[in-house]
Write a protein that binds this ligand. Structure first.
Ligand SMILES: *Cc1c(COP(=O)(O)O)cnc(C)c1O
Length: 408
């Protein structure tokens, strides 16, 4: 493809209008929105207002008068629309790790006669570590298997299957409907981590009958660094759900200040302590970028951008050493494109010096997050050209690019 063809695709793009909803810095091609989403227009003003008026002026009254108390559920409902959940099935708060811990323990408590957790080898570290800790706490057995062996590892001993829908390293995407059905057919509960799915690919949690899910607020949802995570619990489990971190704000009547814990009805029982209101309201403002956006359109553009990137890399002789590390089939791939290369780390640094922000993942993966709300076809075209020049000019051999930063 020629650069002019990419520009023509942008002119015809029905989502092109969404780019102005983001405050992107000049001269940066941002392929890391799957790691830290960019700043949405309106967030800074909203937070300034929350700080000066709601906190500065209205002080403690704001819990009632500015509806701070209801905000985790209100923002949860906004996310519910993006993941096919019903109103009242999603709440925001804590980090993904903490939400995962609560729901994994709750799942085991819902299946007291079973003692196996099935999960995938090569899962995101936090998911692996939390599974290990919960298994140790409950004396449960872990079956940590490869993606291809998941269904054959299911039997009537399995309490819960805990999987990440889209693999953080390769972008490989599970068949959410088929895996949920197979899990439930053996009587286990299905717990999905949607960290790389929410806001990127259409997910229909209620339609597929998923039991439990968690996800991340700072990736494709653009909620800001350390944004609150979200948790989903299907309505049918609300009354029985027994989560382990019984903080005072998850109580049915927190201000009764009772000695004993009684969980709040509904999804509110997942609340632990006082929510980080500034962060919840920043996430809420960021989610306005998704107003009137159909995720089917987002997905269609994501596939088109990803295919363009793969075609451009494959068609460029200078990039022959880059192996596609994501599934080639778009149906099996989330919203990212990864290439394996022995020098992926210094190459990612040299790209960054040219204003192309992608990231490096161990062991030798160069990862490009594809974010259709603000990404243009010409950005993909230009990024691949930068990559080719970094390689052709040996720019990555600069010794400073070999030094590892704390965050890669
Ligand atoms: C990013 C990510 C997380 C993030 O966890 P936090 O506790 O919110 O930092 C969790 N799981 C997966 C699969 C992720 O990709």
């Amino acid at each position: 493809m020629k650069r002019a063809d990419a520009i023509a695709l942008d002119r015809a793009d029905p989502l092109a209008r969404l780019r102005e909803r983001f405050a992107l810095p000049e001269g940066v091609l941002y392929f890391d929105g799957n790691s830290l989403g960019p700043l949405a227009v309106g967030v800074a003003d909203r937070i300034r207002d929350v700080i000066t008026h709601e906190w500065g002026n209205d002080l403690i009254h704001s819990w009632n008068t500015n509806n701070w108390m209801a905000s985790p559920l209100r923002v949860g409902d906004r996310i519910a629309r993006l993941i096919g959940a019903n109103p009242g099935e999603v709440i925001v708060g804590d980090s993904t790790s903490v939400q995962l811990y609560k729901l994994l323990v709750a799942a085991l408590r819902l299946r007291p006669d079973r003692s196996v957790i099935v999960t995938e080898a090569g899962n995101f570290p936090t998911d692996s570590y939390i599974v290990d800790s919960v298994a140790a706490q409950f004396g449960a057995t872990i079956r940590r298997v490869r993606a291809g062996d998941l269904t054959s590892s299911l039997d009537e001993q399995v309490a819960v299957v805990c999987l990440t829908h889209i693999n953080y390293r390769t972008g490989a995407m599970h068949d959410l409907a088929a895996m949920t059905a197979a899990t439930q057919a053996c009587g286990a509960l299905m717990l999905w981590d949607l960290a790389h799915s929410a806001g990127a690919v259409p997910v229909d949690l209620a339609g597929e009958g998923v039991d439990l899910a968690v996800g991340c607020g700072y990736k494709f949802l653009n909620g800001g660094p350390g944004a609150p995570a979200f948790a989903f619990v299907a309505t049918r489990w609300h009354a029985a759900l027994d989560q382990p971190i019984t903080g005072w704000l998850g109580h049915a009547a927190p201000f009764a200040m009772a000695d004993g814990y009684e969980p709040a009805p509904g999804i509110a029982r997942l609340t632990v302590g006082t929510p980080s209101i500034l962060a919840v309201l920043a996430l809420e403002a960021a989610l306005e970028a998704f107003d009137d956006v159909a995720l089917t359109e987002v997905r269609a553009k994501s596939v088109a951008l990803s295919e363009l990137m793969i075609d451009q890399v494959r068609g460029d002789a200078r990039l022959a050493a880059f192996e596609l590390a994501s599934p080639a089939d778009p149906e099996r791939r989330g919203s990212q494109v990864c290439f394996a290369h022995d020098q992926a780390y210094p190459i990612s640094r040299a790209l960054s010096a040219r204003g192309v922000v992608a990231d490096y993942r161990e062991p030798r993966i160069l990862r490009f997050g594809i974010t259709p709300l603000y990404m243009r076809f010409v950005d993909v075209f230009d990024a691949v050209e930068h990559l080719a020049q970094v390689v052709a000019n040996d720019e990555w051999t600069d010794p400073t690019y070999a030094e590892r930063a704390a965050v890669t």
